[in-house]
Design a protein around this ligand. Structure first.
Ligand SMILES: Cc1cc2nc3c(=O)[nH]c(=O)nc-3n(C[C@H](O)[C@H](O)[C@H](O)COP(=O)(O)O)c2cc1C
Length: 209
């Protein structure tokens, strides 16, 4: 039996991304978000333009998408209700947000230099994607939301999540993304079964060629 309901949010479960960007003064900002999806070597990010992150991305055209594993939920949560924007916009202040210039330090994460972009990577995140901003689209008008299209120019992966003996394949049995499911943090459950699509993307050593 299905019911017609009017949920306040439609956060059905997506991976958390920590976006690092560069502020006007050259310091780094780090912001959690979870409205992200991937296609080929690109990603679309849904962010409010009231965030410092969108301002930084519009100006600098660069960012790093750091993907935390499920065991980094506490670090991510330390960034909730913080903004790198000063003064804090009224709408956010009313929700309890406060200005924090040192997001890396507050989260307990370590900045490390990127290869192609200026914002630093978050060392503890097993996946770090250096990215360039391609386009910023208005989204859900009238609203302050934007859909930011970025292209990934360098992929850094902790070798512990690679398939055994494979240089370029991430092992889904080793990668445990942090999932924002409505407003609660989850890891992934165990594998159910392979997808029929699996052989198409299998490493050459495993697809029988
Ligand atoms: C787990 C989590 C997921 C979030 N997802 C989003 C999101 O998808 N889009 C968004 O605009 N804000 C999201 N937020 C809120 C932003 O983190 C918040 O706007 C923050 O102030 C942005 O930081 P900044 O202003 O320093 O850029 C999320 C926050 C948390 C803790």
């Amino acid at each position: 039996m299905h019911r017609v309901v009017t949920p306040k949010i439609l956060y059905f479960g997506t991976p958390v991304v920590l976006i690092s960007t560069l502020n006007e003064d050259g310091t780094a900002n780090l912001a959690p978000m979870s409205s992200a999806w991937w296609l080929n070597q690109s990603c679309m990010l849904g962010m409010s333009e009231k965030s410092q992150t969108v301002r930084n991305m519009a100006r600098e055209r660069q960012c790093v998408l750091n993907l935390p594993s499920a065991n980094l939920a506490d670090a991510v949560d330390r960034l909730a209700l913080l903004t790198g924007r000063n003064p804090v916009p009224d709408t956010k202040a009313q929700l309890g947000y406060r200005y924090e210039p040192d997001k890396f330090g507050t989260a307990g994460l370590s900045p490390e230099p990127s290869h192609f972009v200026k914002p630093p990577r978050a060392k503890e995140c097993p996946v770090q994607l250096e990215a360039l901003v391609e386009q910023i689209h208005a989204f859900g008008q009238p609203s302050s939301l934007t859909a930011i299209e970025v292209s990934i120019v360098r992929v850094h992966v902790d070798e512990r999540i690679l398939m055994d003996g494979e240089a370029n394949y991430i092992d889904p049995e080793k990668w445990n993304p942090l999932i924002m499911n409505f407003c609660e943090f989850f890891g992934l459950g165990g594998k159910l079964r392979p997808s029929t699509l699996a052989p198409v993307f299998a490493p050459p050593s495993r697809d029988g060629r």
